[in-house]
Design a protein around this ligand. Structure first.
Ligand SMILES: [Zn+2]
Length: 113
């Protein structure tokens, strides 16, 4: 399951932060999931509930924020409307995905001693 390895990576990141801040507990884990990342949010939450047992995240709530795709011109950095042609309407340049395929640990609420 793809989502399971994502959760594993997230919990590893949380553990690093817990050690860095010498936190006693983790209350909330916020994750940003791009709409083009290929992740099913419901599967991600299920995987998290299975995986978090016996980790630093055992008592932590998972909050998932979905991030919409945004396209940008490589040449002039203009932002393009979603669903349009993948050509810049200002300069005709090629377009790249600026956001929307990422999975990011965006925020943590830690209890620090
Ligand atoms: Zn352009």
């Amino acid at each position: 399951m793809h989502e399971y390895s994502i959760v594993q990576a997230l919990v590893n990141q949380v553990e690093e932060q817990v050690q860095r801040h010498r936190a006693r507990a983790v209350h909330v884990v916020c994750v940003q999931v791009g709409e083009l990342s290929g992740v099913e949010v419901s599967l991600l939450k299920t995987a998290y509930d299975l995986f978090r047992q016996d980790t630093v995240c055992a008592q932590a709530e998972l909050k998932v924020e979905t991030v919409g795709a945004r396209w940008e011109c490589r040449a002039c950095a203009a932002t393009l409307a979603p669903g349009g042609p993948l050509r810049c309407d200002r300069c005709g340049g090629a377009v790249r995905l600026a956001q929307g395929d990422e999975i990011v640990l965006s925020k943590l609420e830690l209890e620090v001693a």
